[in-house]
Design a protein around this ligand. Structure first.
Ligand SMILES: CC(C)(COP(=O)(O)OP(=O)(O)OC[C@H]1O[C@@H](n2cnc3c(N)ncnc32)[C@H](O)[C@@H]1OP(=O)(O)O)[C@@H](O)C(=O)NCCC(=O)NCCS
Length: 204
């Protein structure tokens, strides 16, 4: 894997009862087998990797991807979560793709995974401001981010192609769980999204 930095294959970030390591082919096979959540979180589901052609396409993208660090959280050798970091986003170091599959949910994996990642990012070159965005229906995620020191910076309506595609496939009654969080504007679905920032250590 190219990863965001040279030597990234050897990276191991220790955490509380888990460790973070860059994705490799074996990790992707584990993610492919994770249970899926479906709407409204279908964009996070990794089941598409069960199709060999999609897996090959994804691996091809991954080896060419120089911008992002893609990490999985491991308990022993079991992948229990994932998170990606854009190390070169103009908005700052941008955390995205935070995902814990349902079978590993509700026991602190996300919290512990992000605590480990944030400690590692804070220790690099004195740390930087961190940024992420959260859809307004993702209440659990928002609470976790707030507990970890992220503060809301700005809320806006955003076009998310995966969510738009999912909403188009659904009957109106099936969209009720995101009522108030989405709107149909200029021929496409938009979702209310909050940008959150966590100041660099020197500014906390
Ligand atoms: C959001 C998501 C990452 C949370 O993952 P998780 O590992 O279940 O999160 P945690 O266990 O750290 O915290 C979730 C809740 O479990 C609780 N919890 C933590 N440790 C626990 C434990 N040992 N036992 C029971 N509950 C526990 C937390 O208090 C938290 O409760 P709260 O939401 O009421 O505040 C996961 O649900 C997910 O992937 N959702 C779909 C994708 C998504 O929304 N991603 C974020 C996009 S911005």
């Amino acid at each position: 894997m190219a990863g965001a930095e040279a030597g990234i294959e050897a990276l191991l970030i220790p955490g509380n009862g888990l460790s973070l390591r860059p994705w490799d082919t074996a990790t992707l096979r584990q993610m492919a087998a994770w249970d899926e959540r479906g709407f409204p979180d279908s964009a996070f589901d990794m089941g598409f990797l069960r199709e060999p052609a999609r897996m090959a396409e994804f691996l091809d993208w991954l080896v060419r991807d120089e911008r992002h660090l893609h990490l999985a959280a491991f308990e022993a050798d079991r992948a229990v979560g994932r998170v990606s970091v854009n190390m070169r986003d103009p908005a700052g170091i941008y955390i995205w793709g935070v995902h814990v599959p349902p079978e590993h949910g509700g026991r602190g994996v996300c919290t512990r995974m992000l605590e480990a990642l944030l400690a590692w990012l804070d220790a690099r070159d004195g740390g930087s401001e961190l940024v992420l965005s959260v859809n307004s229906f993702a209440h659990h995620a928002r609470r976790i981010y707030e507990r970890l020191g992220f503060l809301p910076a700005e809320t806006r309506w955003q076009f998310d192609p995966a969510l738009d595609a999912a909403l188009r496939r659904l009957a109106p009654a099936q969209r009720s769980q995101v009522d108030g969080h989405v709107r149909f504007q200029r021929g496409r679905w938009e979702v209310r999204t909050t940008l959150m920032r966590r100041p660099a250590p020197a500014h906390r």
